[in-house]
Design a protein around this ligand. Structure first.
Ligand code: FAD
Length: 288
């Protein structure tokens, strides 16, 4: 079994600030991390390798410094890392990003064996569009399972997979064919501590570095700024909220009185909750 995990190096959003005058993101001095959602994807792939064997290739498109994130992924236990890096990718929006990544995934398939599953995170914490996973699937012409919480089983011989997909009001159990692409939800597992052997291997590992040409990009006009129809009109920090959370915990007041107070202050809450509960029930009855 060969699974590919797409990871993106992102600025640690907990430390990112928007310039109050220019409204541009201030990246200077902000440490980079692996996009947290991608760690859930990586752990899902590692768990499958524990059960079914095989190999995991991690792939990122980014500047040369993204090598650091790939090495980190190797310390968690990934077998191989591919860095797709080329000046012509600069300025890529999601359309151009999916073109480059899908091209590299095809090349990985030729070099190291076709992928059974391709994993991405649900979304990134910087771009935040959640478009890249579905875009790659479309370009590769494979099926996609989005918002996956758990891969229940994989039948490698019969090329099928069963996964749990979290949806509003319930969980869908989906059965489909592989190869397919999975976008992994947050809080679905916990990335393992890498073994010492993996840390040592990661430090010395050769990262496979591909330019656009190495990866087999045929149409340069689909890369980078040239291939990116998206135009960012404005970036701005949302105004701080005026409302403050009210402290409702109180040793003196009994819980029922507090609950009554909450409903009294929010007259629509009871109907909203009833609607939510009704939707949840109808969603669950629609399980497949
Ligand atoms: P999402 O769709 O939210 O990501 C979903 C998942 O896809 C991730 O969890 C991850 O698994 C995978 N994924 C996403 N991106 C990558 C990647 N690069 N490699 C591997 N896996 C990935 N960003 C830059 O860094 N440099 C630029 O120069 C740049 N220029 C831009 C110019 C324009 C006009 C626009 C609109 C955007 C630009 N961006 C740039 C941002 C860039 O478009 C997005 O970061 C990128 O396309 C991914 O989109 P996203 O972050 O919303 O990913």
């Amino acid at each position: 079994m060969h699974n590919i995990v797409c990871i993106k190096q992102v600025p640690d959003s907990a430390q990112i600030r928007v310039h109050p005058v220019t409204n541009t993101i201030m990246r200077q001095g902000v440490p980079t991390i692996i996009n947290p959602y991608d760690l859930f994807a990586l752990e899902a792939a590692l768990g499958l390798r524990d059960r079914f064997g095989g190999e995991i290739t991690v792939l990122t498109m980014g500047p040369p410094s993204a090598e650091e994130s790939l090495r980190k992924a190797l310390t968690y236990g990934a077998d191989r890392a591919v860095l797709l890096t080329d000046r012509c990718f600069a300025g890529s929006d999601t359309l151009a990003t999916t073109y480059a990544l899908a091209t590299a995934i095809r090349k990985i398939g030729k070099e190291y064996g076709p992928a059974n599953l391709i994993f991405t995170g649900k979304q990134t914490i910087d771009g935040d569009t959640a478009q890249v996973g579905p875009g790659i699937a479309k370009r590769l012409g494979v099926g996609q399972l989005t918002y996956v919480a758990k891969v229940r089983s994989v039948d490698v011989a019969n090329e099928t997979i069963e996964a749990e997909r979290r949806s509003e009001g319930g969980v869908q159990v989906l059965h489909t064919r592989s190869p397919c692409l999975i976008t992994m939800l947050e809080a679905t597992n916990q990335i393992r501590r890498g073994a010492m052997a993996d840390a040592l291997r990661a430090a010395r590992a050769k990262i496979v570095k591909w330019s656009a040409q190495d990866a087999g990009v045929e149409d340069m006009s689909k890369c980078g700024l040239k291939g990116s129809p998206t135009v960012v009109k404005r970036v701005f920090a949302p105004p701080a909220r005026a409302e403050r959370a009210a402290l409702v915990e109180s040793a003196e007041q009994p819980a029922q009185a507090l609950i009554d107070a909450i409903f009294l202050n929010q007259p629509k809450l009871e109907t909203d909750l009833a609607t939510l509960a009704r939707d949840a029930r109808s969603g669950l009855s629609g399980q497949c």
